[in-house]
Design a protein around this ligand. Structure first.
Ligand code: PLP
Length: 419
């Protein structure tokens, strides 16, 4: 007994791979030290990370609970069934698939389930806040389907539903996709349903960004109105990196078949277990309160920035994010993002609607409050951070000033450790 080659299984990450251990430690420090305003990021709980780092990663489980291609699935079945049951309860959906590895994959599965190659979809223009999977010219979505884009009104910078209606009547899409990566306002799913019904289209909502805000009760719920709803689990939702698909019963079989075997093989059981934990957390009342605070914080920050003279696209925000137009202070998004990084504040450059600048420069930055809110920050901290953002953007070449702000932001971050 015991004459085989010993496995490295018992050694720690630090012992096996000091380089990756060091990178992980540095990333942990970076996350703790930075004032993170990236709207698509958040900090999942220790419980979520424990599930994500668990032995579930070792298991192959192609198929669905109770119908697997592999043996030994009784416990991963329990985890996946819990994730499904909790998500169904949380979102009030007929059917849930929790296996999508990513938001892009969830959208791919949804499109292939609902459409045939070459069918037409109407989706939000990327330049107005839509996502790559809503029809970017290099993305599978525009290769496989005929995508017509709707956008926002030039004056109000809110979705132009009248033009969307006219486009739907003219192009008769098979599917209308609502949802965005950089849209700060309420999305009118009821109006979209009316338009879809009038032209005989199916309706899908991609709530990757706003899922948490919907659970918090500050955004209308698309689930009762849509054929299919997709979401990531790692943005406002505060779970592990991944996604899910919700749908009406009539689409259930096709959605499941498109995820597996359509576009994926074995599910990431460790991630599915972590999704189950996230959904359990999301059913608690403190979670809803945190989501409400995310929205309150975004409003405070948008108001504070506007009071300094910065232009907030569409005049403010209804959700967790805002777009700041830097044209009035003669800066581009890339310079602003680099400057803020020097000042200890992490953001991303972002095009604003009808942006005359190329995307790599962009006229704006996108700011979101989920991550800071998860750390426990409230209105006072938002006002302080907004003030320092403005200060930094007025002193892009003043290294001393930026370094001073950086120290202050570091102090603020240390007072609100990542849970
Ligand atoms: C609206 C929307 N849909 C889909 C996705 C894709 O998610 P993932 O990065 O997990 O593929 C994103 C991510 O930014 C998004 O904002």
């Amino acid at each position: 007994m015991g004459a085989g080659v010993p496995a490295a299984g018992g050694l720690s990450l630090e012992q096996v791979d000091p380089d990756i251990f060091a990178a992980t430690q540095r990333e942990s420090r970076r996350q703790n030290d930075a004032i993170n305003l990236i709207a698509s990021e958040n900090y999942c709980s220790r419980a979520v990370r424990e599930a994500q780092g668990s032995v579930m990663t070792n298991k192959y489980a192609e198929g669905y609970p109770g119908k697997r291609w592999y043996n030994g699935c009784e416990f991963v079945d329990q985890a996946e069934q819990l994730a499904i049951d909790r998500a169904r309860e949380l979102f009030g959906a007929d059917h849930v698939n929790v296996q999508a590895h990513s938001g892009s994959g969830a959208n791919m599965a949804a499109y292939y389930a609902l459409l045939k190659d070459g069918d037409r979809m109407l989706a939000m223009d990327l330049a107005h806040g839509g996502h790559l999977t809503h029809g970017h010219r290099l993305n599978f979505s525009s290769r496989a389907f005929d995508v017509v884009a709707y956008g926002v009104d030039r004056e109000t910078e809110r979705i132009d539903y009248d033009t969307m209606h006219a486009l739907a009547v003219e192009h008769r899409p098979n599917l209308i996709v609502m949802g965005a990566s950089a849209y700060p306002r309420i999305i009118d799913f009821a109006r979209a349903r009316e338009i879809a019904d009038e032209v005989g289209a199916l309706l899908m909502a991609d709530i990757a960004h706003i899922a948490g805000v919907i659970i918090g009760g500050d955004h209308p719920d698309p689930v009762p109105l849509c054929d299919v709803v997709t979401s990531t689990t790692h943005k406002t939702l505060r779970g592990p990196r991944g996604a899910l698909v919700l749908c009406r019963e009539e689409h259930a079989k096709r959605i499941d078949r498109q995820i597996f075997p359509g576009i994926q093989g074995g599910p990431l059981m460790h991630t599915i277990a972590a999704k189950a934990v996230c959904f359990k957390e999301a059913m608690g009342s403190d979670y809803k309160e945190c989501q409400k605070q995310v929205v309150r914080n975004a409003k405070v920050m948008a108001d504070a920035l506007a009071s300094k003279g910065l232009r907030i696209v569409s005049g403010g925000t209804d959700n967790h994010l805002m777009l700041v137009d830097l044209t009035p202070i003669d800066l581009t998004g890339d310079v602003a993002a680099t400057t803020l990084e020097q000042a200890g504040i992490t953001v991303n450059k972002n095009a604003i609607p009808f942006d005359p600048k190329p995307p790599a420069k962009a006229s704006g930055v996108r700011l979101g409050t989920p991550a800071l809110t998860t750390r426990g920050m409230g209105a006072d901290e938002m006002t302080l951070v907004a003030d320092r953002i403005f200060d930094a953007l007025r002193h892009v070449d003043d290294e001393q000033r930026l370094s001073l702000i950086r120290s202050e932001m570091l102090e603020l971050a240390s007072a609100f450790p990542i849970p």
